[in-house]
Ligand binder design. Sequence first.
Ligand code: DQA
Length: 148
Amino acid sequence: MANEERPILLLNGPNLNTLGLRQPEIYGTATLADVVALVERTAADLGYGVRALQTNHEGEMIDAIHAARGQISGIVVNPAGWTHTSVALADALVVPEVPVIEVHISNVAAREPFRHHSYVSPIASAVIAGCGIRGYEYAVRQMVTLVS
Ligand code: DQA
């Protein structure tokens, strides 16, 4: 099946719609639209399409992951606050049976202790943290290496 028919699923969790406004000293000034454009550009250069979703509603993200089963090559996800709280999201991410790469804009390991644990990392092929929004680009490059 052609790559265009199996896009990369880009998921951004709660509050990431406020990128560029929220704590720019931690998350930078780029917006979510900038992130999506970066991911789309990087994926297109490598022959892949992108399906992007940001939501503040955990059930909506879980439903979207279930619906993507059989339709996507891999998942690049910044689970945001759900990283540290959601068994349900981690459980959903294995349903499509494709590689998952976890991205954090900030270096979560260098922040508050409650950010040091991730429910997603054990099911992720790779974790990228602390590279700013460039981390999404690196995740796409690694995803294509894994799935091509
Ligand atoms: C984040 C880190 C999380 O701890 C936080 O809740 C976020 C963003 C990051 O991209 O650095 O919302 O995932």
